[in-house]
Write a protein that binds this ligand. Structure first.
Ligand code: SF4
Ligand code: SF4
Length: 476
């Protein structure tokens, strides 16, 4: 009798990538890679690569912490995951990051856009709607960790600064604006005014490549000049910035090392986030069979292309280890000192006594001593390492390591109809606020809950019967 050609790890539920109905999926390991084996009664079998590194995949399954619950759930369990999003009481993680889309309008028409925004979509949310959506996050989170103002292109909302004021009036720890950077680049007065908000604030700047060709493929335009000018303004005003790189296999995944090197040279840049394309929304020129990248592949690209990082530096984030991996480093005088490998709980506990001071470089020693011994001012607007590492459990971190010295490399993979795993989506901690007040995982929002995607909800999923705790007036 012959053996199976794979090792069967477990059973989960996924989606048929054709009709999006929920289907059983076997998780199997074959030749060091992890696959989902699915069967749809209508569209037959499907084999999807979910990781090129079975060891890392299995390691990430062991890096877990108990989920942190929101203060409130907003829908009831009626139809089963992923058709009850709201968050429903079966969700396993609060909103580490809540996205509020304030407009569908955009000054670009990117061939790749999960929101399907463009100049042809004119609608902006009103200030009243946005205040309601902000209040929904506060209602669920108390003091939300990160709220990201997004779109469309949020900076072209006619009342953009009033939106920032609304957000600043609420107890949000860290506010982000997700932008393509066009307005920052082209309007010096806009960038100047943005600087008024820079305490506990960050620009999440679209930055797919250093070259024109990948930008044309992903954004429909050569934005090299725009990126350069936007960064010049952000540097000029000292506005914390994260570069956000949308990755497509064979297009720009050979540039991750160069982008990290470039980012380190920018004083305002606090890190780089790499996001393989999620198969959702507008996907012109994207072939899922050819162009999808797994988290493990992005991690491998970083390790291959950036000599700074070793495997121990790029670790799963415990709140959602299937989909998030991170590396932290100290940015010292234009160079990086990887830090994550030191984030062993016992090492960090010893850090108060100074484990990190074993670094051989005397300059690094001096700077680290300085960082760790500076008294943390109670009214300082700077983030501390312990705040940044809210996702890491049980770490005792000295309070004075401030945000401007930290450099963060993050890999964020979203689930799509191909790699969807119901076990994993329940741990999603990046959520979007629906205009009706539901808080919905980014992954499922783009598949089923966005106005442009609602028709994709499979017919067999019963209709939503109630959205608990949300007034009908506010939902209008
Ligand atoms: S993804 Fe989360 S919120 Fe949505 S249905 Fe599943 S458990 Fe509920
Ligand atoms: S990806 Fe961003 S910049 Fe591009 S069309 Fe969509 S919202 Fe606009």
């Amino acid at each position: 009798m012959a053996d199976r050609p794979y090792l069967f790890l477990e059973l989960t539920n996924s989606l048929c990538s054709t009709c999006l109905r929920k289907v059983e999926a076997k998780v199997v390991v074959q030749e060091g890679r992890v696959y989902l084996l699915k069967h749809c009664p209508e569209h037959s079998h499907e084999k999807v690569l979910v990781s090129t590194d079975a060891d890392y995949y299995q390691f990430s399954r062991r890096v877990l912490k108990p989920g942190t619950m929101p203060r409130k759930f907003n829908t009831t369990i009626e139809r089963g995951c992923p058709y009850d999003c709201g968050l429903c009481p079966d969700h396993e993680q609060h909103s580490c990051l809540a996205i509020i889309e304030i407009t569908d309008h955009c000054n670009l028409t990117c061939p790749i856009c999960y929101a399907e925004s463009s100049p042809r979509r004119p609608s902006h949310r009103s200030l009243e709607q946005i205040a309601f959506m902000l209040d929904c996050v506060v209602r669920n989170e108390g003091r939300p960790d990160i709220v990201q103002i997004s779109g469309g292109e949020p900076t072209i909302h006619p009342e953009f600064f009033a939106v920032l004021d609304l957000a600043k009036e609420r107890p949000i720890k860290h506010l982000m604006v997700n932008t393509n950077g066009v307005r920052i680049a082209q309007e010096p007065s806009f960038a100047r005014r943005l600087a008024d908000y820079k305490a506990n604030f960050e620009v999440y700047l679209q930055f797919d490549s250093l070259d024109a060709a990948p930008q044309r493929a992903l954004r429909g335009a050569d934005l090299v000049r725009v990126r350069k000018d936007a960064l010049a303004r952000l540097n000029e005003h000292g506005i914390s910035t994260t570069l956000v790189v949308t990755l497509k296999k064979g297009l720009n995944d050979d540039q991750v090392g160069a982008i990290i090197d470039f980012a380190v040279e920018q004083p305002c840049v606090r890190g780089v986030t790499f996001q393989p394309i999620q198969a959702a929304g507008r996907l012109e020129g994207f072939d899922p069979a050819r162009d999808r990248l797994t988290l493990a592949e992005v991690r491998a690209r970083i390790l291959e292309q950036s000599p700074l990082f070793q495997p121990a530096d790029l670790v799963p984030v415990p709140c959602h280890p299937d989909c998030l991996a991170m590396a932290y480093a100290l940015k010292l005088g234009g160079r990086l000192v990887p830090l994550t490998r030191l984030l062993d709980p016992s090492a960090l506990l010893a850090l108060q006594g100074n484990t990190i001071l074993n670094e051989e470089n005397p300059e690094i020693r001096r700077l680290v001593v300085e960082l760790f011994s500076t008294a943390h001012s109670p009214d300082s607007s700077a983030w501390t390492l312990s705040q940044l590492l809210c996702c890491l459990p049980e770490l005792a971190v000295p309070p004075a390591l401030t945000y401007d010295k930290i450099f963060r490399v993050l890999i964020v993979q979203f689930l799509d109809p191909y790699n969807f795993d119901v076990r994993s989506v329940k741990k999603s901690c990046i959520h979007i606020v629906h205009p009706d007040g539901r808080i919905i995982p980014f992954d499922t929002y783009n598949l089923f809950y966005r106005d442009t995607a609602a028709a994709r909800m499979p017919a067999e999923a019963p209709a939503l019967v109630q959205v608990a705790g949300i007034t009908s007036a506010a939902r209008a």
